[in-house]
Write a protein that binds this ligand. Structure first.
Ligand SMILES: [Zn+2]
Length: 61
């Protein structure tokens, strides 16, 4: 199954619905992957407004 990115929170998932924020607005067109393993201290997580650990797309179309 193709990995889709959530347009709301950028979370990457294979589900029909984003498990992170519950949005069904998912896109197959996304670029770049960022893995957040320490959302508390990660500068990238802060910049991207990510509060939870996981795999995210850098940009979603
Ligand atoms: Zn989401």
């Amino acid at each position: 199954m193709a990995l889709k990115a959530c347009r709301v929170c950028n979370f990457l998932t294979e589900e029909r619905k984003c498990p992170m924020c519950g949005s069904e607005d998912l896109s197959l067109k996304w670029k770049g992957v960022v893995i957040i393993s320490d959302s508390e201290r990660s500068v990238i997580a802060k910049t991207m407004n990510i509060a939870k650990n996981g795999k995210y797309a850098i940009s979603v179309e």
